[in-house]
Design a protein around this ligand. Sequence first.
Ligand SMILES: *[C@@H]1O[C@H](CO)[C@@H](O)[C@H](O)[C@H]1NC(C)=O
Ligand SMILES: *[C@@H]1O[C@H](CO)[C@@H](O)[C@H](O)[C@H]1NC(C)=O
Ligand SMILES: *[C@@H]1O[C@H](CO)[C@@H](O)[C@H](O)[C@H]1NC(C)=O
Ligand SMILES: *[C@@H]1O[C@H](CO)[C@@H](O)[C@H](O)[C@H]1NC(C)=O
Ligand SMILES: *[C@@H]1O[C@H](CO)[C@@H](O)[C@H](O)[C@H]1NC(C)=O
Ligand SMILES: *[C@@H]1O[C@H](CO)[C@@H](O)[C@H](O)[C@H]1NC(C)=O
Ligand SMILES: *[C@@H]1O[C@H](CO)[C@@H](O)[C@H](O)[C@H]1NC(C)=O
Length: 524
Amino acid sequence: MHPQKVFGTSLSLLATTQLSSAILQPTPPMGFNDWARFMCNINQTVFTDAVDAMVSTGLRDVGYKLVTIDDCWPEHKRTANGSLTWNTTLFPNGLEWLSDYIHKNDMLFGIYEDAGTETCGGWPGSYGHEETDAKTFASWKVDYLKLDGCNVDSVPGQSDEETYKQIYHKWHTILPELQISFSESAPAYFVSDKSLSDWYKVMDWVPSNGQLARHSYDIATWGSGDVWDSVMTNYGYNIRLPRVQKKGFYNDPDFIIAGDSNLTLTEQKSQFALWSSFSAPLILSSNIPALTKDQLAFLMNKDLIALDQDELVQQATLVSQDSTFDILSKTLANGDRALTILNKGSSAATATVPFSKVGFSSAKSCKYSVKDLWTGETSSLSKQVVAQNIPSHGTAVYRITPSGQCKTITPGGQIFNTFTMDCLSAGSSVTSTKCGATNAEFFSISKNGTISASLAGGNCLTANGSKVTMETCTSAPQQVWSHNIQGYLINKASSNCLTAKNGTSISVAKCGDELDSQVFEIPL
Ligand SMILES: *[C@@H]1O[C@H](CO)[C@@H](O)[C@H](O)[C@H]1NC(C)=O
Ligand SMILES: *[C@@H]1O[C@H](CO)[C@@H](O)[C@H](O)[C@H]1NC(C)=O
Ligand SMILES: *[C@@H]1O[C@H](CO)[C@@H](O)[C@H](O)[C@H]1NC(C)=O
Ligand SMILES: *[C@@H]1O[C@H](CO)[C@@H](O)[C@H](O)[C@H]1NC(C)=O
Ligand SMILES: *[C@@H]1O[C@H](CO)[C@@H](O)[C@H](O)[C@H]1NC(C)=O
Ligand SMILES: *[C@@H]1O[C@H](CO)[C@@H](O)[C@H](O)[C@H]1NC(C)=O
Ligand SMILES: *[C@@H]1O[C@H](CO)[C@@H](O)[C@H](O)[C@H]1NC(C)=O
């Protein structure tokens, strides 16, 4: 067995008591999966070539260690005793051989299966064979299972969400003992334009079963064919989920598709910077031997990998969104903050971000060391960061180190309903409107649970009966809010939930069960 099955860079340490109940990953996994690049056009050579190239380029040594075979690997028929076996045309030496090959190279072996009766590609699924298949995987020394959710039959009298919950939980009762990490694709089957209520419910239970949630569409291979659009779609789901991520459990917006010829180098780098800001899994679905020097350079950017693999594994949250920029920030383990600026527009643009929007003080007396993680250049700045000429679809990313009296962090940014994606705005009344990066949309979250419009008058979000207004801050229970994994903003005085009815009016009302109107993301 592999005593230290850590898929990312950090070997930092977990209480051993926790390891007995689950395979904890202190940082998000990094590695390779064939799917977005090769789909079913796989064979043994694809994987041995990937492993060899990961070793020779240095990718393995900067943390890319997990090598996963996606769909299309099995034989169509189970063996006489009911076990799965591999397609011998594709894998002439067999998967046990390949597993050894991967392990001998000091890497880890992942495999794909499906929770339903068939995989998405039509090979045998594991439904009703969970224990047999898990034992087979363990006998092949599999370290990681990606469990898809195609072909899960509805059960009469039960919601599909409940059916998936039972099946994924069943795997959870089997895998930890076999030391197999668990990536759950269940949430991807519940994204919907009509309502995200069931998606939220699935996101509530995936962290208790496994280590990763594949929560949205298959990157690059799903949708209109516009690959950048596909990257932005998955990004757009991930920004709705920072509350769910924690040490040992990662939101997975799907693969890094470096080398995809339908993305410019700028777009490829942008995806990498965004995923690193999220502390998302960095699983390359690329033809690794064909990666260019430029692509390898950004994939091995140590500062970005450190952002991804930071010990706090905080997912960056939105400071603001308008039609051009998405600005995100997060806290790092050493007290630094990351600042990430995506230019969604069609031409180069300059963004100016005061330190107050990154969670620090903008006082003139405060100096910050600001490292541009693309160029490696460090500047000593006060007041603000100016990101000059970010190219269209490019992402600027900085690490900001405070000094002296200026180390206090007060997270701030937009509060938005994750179904409508509209922002809370503080005025004479509190409304929910299209996000526009205005000062009225910037809220500071204090440790004691008060939420103030710190750039627009400084009043605090207050519940009075069902009404929500901005009032002078007193820290009365009407002004104290908590935010939970379900996404509810719960008022202390009434235990009721902030509610955005119809996109415009904000009120507090009895908390429902993952109602679209009651799920919000807040700055962390
Ligand atoms: C293995 O798969 C790759 C990628 O699809 C292909 O280029 C190569 O020709 C295949 N090799 C064999 C021996 O089939
Ligand atoms: C094995 O893979 C080959 C190549 O893709 C395919 O032609 C064949 O049908 C597969 N065999 C089975 C039993 O799935
Ligand atoms: C089932 O059969 C396969 C090959 O036919 C063999 O490798 C495997 O060990 C068997 N499993 C059990 C549990 O006997
Ligand atoms: C690029 O997009 C086109 C059109 O969707 C598709 O046919 C092609 O396979 C894509 N290329 C890559 C490398 O993904
Ligand atoms: C809560 O935190 C805010 C911001 O730090 C502060 O102004 C306020 O006095 C605090 N309230 C209490 C009761 O500590
Ligand atoms: C709550 O609202 C009522 C009427 O709308 C008002 O009279 C009262 O002063 C408000 N209470 C607080 C604490 O703001
Ligand atoms: C939202 O507004 C529409 C019309 O603007 C109305 O028909 C609908 O009933 C409202 N829904 C709720 C939940 O208030």
